[in-house]
Design a protein around this ligand. Structure first.
Ligand code: BG6
Length: 508
């Protein structure tokens, strides 16, 4: 593994080169790596999609995407031209094996030109049902007889249930070894998600408290203000359960609950995460699911003064759809550390705020010693702010200045976004960099994916049995009331997120 310096040269193949992901995330990420000197001059990017494009047209598209989405400005004085020379395009029909022979010829030519040693990174920004076919055609087209390494980077969704994920995995594993497969979960590329393990394991005052003796509950929120936008066709099949919970939400639970790995190396970290996923209690009957899970769907409403239409009126969505756009659940990690501690998770579209936050609520201390003051002690909180603000916030109790013994909550706030500037690398930038250097910690291993599906499938089956159990909520609200009731019945409430109500903090 390399350190934080220039990578070995590689050919990067982007399948789906004219698509949205490439435009918004991948080209800007490649540009940032180049600009920061992590990608030296010996690399080439080969854009692949069905549409015809000349190299010049392709470079223009890359230029526009970087101009619009990159966090670094485009350089003039010949620097752009130098960068752009690395980009080539081939119109490729992925169902036609002969096109892969053409690809091999182009690749060999470019590897000579850029003095590459045969390292190849295949990034499939494609619909997952094409992954298997592409992998086989790469093999049959002799694209994988490389002198260096070969790696496959694939996007979610990895299947739509366990059997389909297994089938997909078999197809890919026919061609690539597990250690060559990099399954993206872009939440794992987020700065503060990566910081969870450091905060937990590198600080003496957190680890001893990180268990059911001191922690009352953990709340994980991944909320979005947007609706399904132009992804109705995909989303109406997936719903929040497959789109967000199977991957991002469960990965965050795993990061919060895992044991300290014996070494900070990818396989050991993933071993610990998979143990958590295996320990999440499965809700096997419809009654159990109904008791612990709430699913909602946005109806009409308004946000920031703008009227919003209902999910069922979105493009490419079935007008009688019962797909959930909101999900809340009370989860339990059944091991000695976490027995009895609820993990409340929620994710939804058309919420009042775009935010990713994790709140750790500590148990109350006996407060009889403070009988002279009227206000009850508030619980200590540790809040991980992942997005849009990055930082950590700790709420403690302190004495209000003055002659009265009045206790008030006080915040200690580490605002990472204001400390290190908002220009921190994007998730895709880190993940692409990691894939290029063979660092797999923040990619999901097959046993993580399959274990997550086992859990998800039990809920999906119960919902199927129930039929339409989706509860409507207003666009611009925090979801159905049932989502709060899930906490209220345990004597808890959702803590306000950053910027919601008066959280008393200045972190910008
Ligand atoms: C994706 C989901 O994985 O994550 C989208 O498919 C969702 O539906 C997105 O909008 C949210 O990601 P982020 O990084 O904006 O929180």
């Amino acid at each position: 593994m390399n350190g934080n310096h220039a990578l070995d040269g590689a050919a990067i193949f982007i399948f789906g080169a004219t698509g949205d992901l490439a435009k918004r995330k991948l080209y800007p990420a490649i540009y940032s790596l180049y600009k920061e000197g992590k990608l030296s001059e010996n690399f080439t990017v080969i854009g692949l999609a069905r549409r015809p494009r000349t190299n010049e047209e392709f470079r223009e598209n890359v230029h526009d995407s970087i101009k619009e989405f990159a966090r670094h400005d485009l350089q003039g004085n010949g620097a752009w031209e130098k960068f752009a020379q690395h980009f080539h395009y081939l119109s490729l029909d992925i169902t036609d094996p002969s096109h892969f022979t053409k690809l091999r010829m182009l690749t060999e030519q470019l590897e000579n030109k850029f003095e590459l040693t045969g390292n190849r990174l295949f990034y499939l920004a494609l619909a997952p049902d094409l992954f298997g076919q592409v992998a086989h055609h790469l093999k049959d087209g002799e694209m994988l007889n490389v002198k260096g390494w070969k790696r496959l980077v694939i996007e979610k969704p990895f299947g739509y249930d366990l059997p389909s994920a297994e089938k997909l995995n078999e197809e890919i594993r026919d061609v690539f070894e597990e250690h060559e497969i990099f399954r993206i979960d872009h939440y794992l590329g987020k700065e503060m998600v990566q910081n969870i393990e450091v905060i937990r394991f590198a600080n003496a005052f957190f680890e001893p408290l990180w268990n059911n003796k001191y922690i009352a509950n953990i709340q994980i929120t991944l909320s979005e203000t947007v609706g399904v936008e132009d992804r109705g066709a995909y989303y109406d099949q997936a719903g929040a359960l497959n789109d967000m919970v199977q991957n991002h939400v469960l990965q965050m639970v795993a990061m919060m609950a895992m044991e300290l790995p014996s070494r900070l190396v990818p396989e050991d970290i993933r071993d610990e995460k998979v143990k958590v996923l295996r320990s999440i209690r499965k809700y096997k009957t419809l009654d159990e699911v109904k008791k612990h899970v709430v699913r909602g769907q946005y109806g009409e409403g308004s946000l920031n003064g703008k009227d919003l239409s209902a999910y069922r009126n979105e493009n490419n969505v079935d007008p009688s759809s019962t797909t959930e756009t909101f999900f809340t659940a009370k989860l339990f990690v059944d091991n000695l550390r976490w027995a009895g501690v609820p993990f409340y998770v929620r994710t939804g579209k058309r919420m009042p705020a775009k935010a990713t936050e994790i709140v750790v609520e500590f148990k109350n201390l006996p407060d009889n010693v403070y009988f002279t003051q009227k206000t009850a002690l508030q619980p200590n909180l540790i809040v991980f702010r992942v997005n849009p603000v990055e930082g950590i916030f700790i709420k403690i109790n302190g004495k209000s200045p003055g002659s009265e013994m009045k206790i008030v909550p006080v915040a200690m706030d580490f605002c990472q976004s204001s400390q290190v500037g908002i220009n921190t690398p994007e998730a895709y930038e880190r993940l692409l960099y990691d894939a290029l250097r063979g660092e797999s910690t923040y990619f999901t291993r097959w046993d993580e994916v399959s274990t997550a599906w086992e859990f998800i499938d039990t809920i999906a089956h119960a919902w199927k049995e129930e039929g339409d159990g989706v509860v409507p909520y207003k666009s611009g609200s925090w979801g159905p009331d049932e989502a709060s009731a899930l906490l209220a019945e345990d004597g808890f409430k959702w803590w306000p997120l950053h910027g919601q109500e008066d959280d008393g903090l200045d972190c910008k």
